[in-house]
Design a protein around this ligand. Structure first.
Ligand code: BTN
Length: 324
């Protein structure tokens, strides 16, 4: 009934029955297995943390799911077209981005989702680490095979940022903003970060992996980031349902991504502008080998920040960290 690496069909049945009883007989007939096999499978789910009631001669009823981002839960709770048709879920992994890159190299299809409850080697931009404790946040990567030129790849990060900010705002009501180029902030503190990696040659993209880490229910951070990081729980004062944020993010991502593919990136750009916390403000940008200060005027369609310097020139900034 449950094959390794495939969907747990019993769980799918329980989830689709939404709290009503389903008889052991019905399940055993459906899968052509014995009642004992069904019972074993129910116990397997219980070990994962599923609360399943069993009433003799009536059947089983799923009362409560644990806080896990299992593929069956994602499928049952979202209506997606191209995204997450294939899902790889790991209780613990080094980095979902690294795993996604391996899968993409081996031909994993457009839209594949790689998600983990914990990352032991979560990566941030510029070689930084991304703290990803078990079940506290959403740590995921999406494999994309976009029809874009390599120089347009920052559009993927912008797409991801818009989708995540909209999802967070919709589910929690929190005023979540995008900080150029790849952060989401709540009250000036970082709640999520995006790391987009690409495999390309000079004029075509082979694949893109866009990874996002969203701090959902973290309540403590290592001292290096304690002043600058936050979570949705810290911002809202209550526990936040990770599955709700995740499924809303995935459906927003599909909508925004479709604009990108349909030549309507202007719409995404406009949403990015509305959600930005930098535009119209003074910024100091620290890049690999430069520092620049000025007024953030706008962002262009390929992710560059347009900054009016104190000397009056307008610079097109492609990368760096904003520290003002
Ligand atoms: C940053 O803010 O510098 C980017 C952080 C990106 C973190 C996510 S968590 C899922 C994915 N896997 C990783 O190793 N990193 C990204």
């Amino acid at each position: 009934m449950m094959r390794d690496g495939s969907l747990n069909e019993l769980l799918l049945i329980f989830l689709s029955k939404k709290g009503s009883y389903v008889s052991g007989e019905e399940i055993s007939e459906k899968f052509g297995v014995s009642r004992t096999a069904v019972w074993k499978q129910v116990n397997h789910l219980r070990k994962l943390g599923y609360e399943i009631d069993s009433v003799p001669r009536v059947g089983y009823c799923l009362k409560r799911s644990p806080d896990l981002l299992l593929p069956e839960e994602i499928i049952q709770n979202s209506r997606l077209e191209f995204l997450a048709r294939k899902i790889y879920h790991y209780p613990s992994i080094g980095s979902t981005n690294d795993e996604a890159k391996k899968l993409a190299q081996n031909g994993a299809p457009h839209g594949t989702l790689v998600i983990a409850e914990e990352q032991t080697g979560g990566k941030g931009r510029l070689g930084r680490r991304w703290v990803s404790p078990p079940r506290k946040g959403i740590w995921l990567s999406i494999i994309l095979r976009p029809s874009l030129e390599p120089y347009q790849a920052p559009r993927i990060t912008m797409t991801c940022a818009v989708a995540a900010a909209k999802a967070i705002r919709k589910v929690t009501g929190i005023d979540c903003r995008i900080k150029w180029p790849n952060d989401l902030l709540v009250k000036g503190k970082k709640v999520a970060g995006i790391l987009t990696e690409m495999s390309a040659d000079m004029d075509s993209i082979n694949f893109v992996v866009t990874g996002i880490g969203i701090n959902v229910n973290n309540t403590n951070f290592p001292k290096e980031i304690i002043e600058t990081a936050t979570s949705l729980k810290l911002a809202s004062g209550k526990n936040v349902d990770r599955l709700k944020i995740l499924t809303e993010f995935l459906s927003q991502f599909e909508v925004v991504y479709r604009c990108l593919e349909d030549g309507e990136f202007g719409k995404v750009l406009e949403e990015w502008r509305q959600l930005s916390c930098n535009l119209g403000k003074r910024v100091r940008i620290i890049g690999r080998n430069y520092e620049l200060e000025g007024l953030a005027l706008d962002v262009d369609g390929n992710g560059a920040l347009l900054v009016k310097t104190n000397e009056g020139t307008v610079e097109r900034v492609l990368s760096g960290d904003v520290s003002l």
